[in-house]
Design a protein around this ligand. Sequence first.
Ligand code: ZN
Length: 142
Amino acid sequence: MAKLGIKEMDNQETIKLMRDMAMDASQKAYSPYSKAKIGSTVLTVERKYFSGSNVENSSYGATICAERVAILKAVSNGFTKLSKIYVYSKDGWPPCGMCRQMISEFATNDLEIIIGDKEGNERVYKFTELFPEAFTPEHLRK
Ligand code: ZN
């Protein structure tokens, strides 16, 4: 195995912590209807971590995904610039379209999305790969 530099080691430890927090959050999912247990962790540019789980509602439209819960926790604590987002589910589900739109509001240029599953597989994307041509706050400033 190749030796890793400090930056890569730090990145691996960051991703492991984000995975652990997301897995823990997934156990707290409120999902009596779908039974899906999703957890997400966001990392802000200030290196603050916030996690969340999906929260369903008997009025299905009021359901909110784990990614948006984690983002709302960050934003409501004053942190609005995201550098990484981890999404954990048993089968490695990617963020839905509504989450991608909300992520675009708070995404830094190099935002990474890491999608993990119960087997330990992880897929890493640049956010711009998952959501090209996003409608962002920049469009409203012109
Ligand atoms: Zn979603």
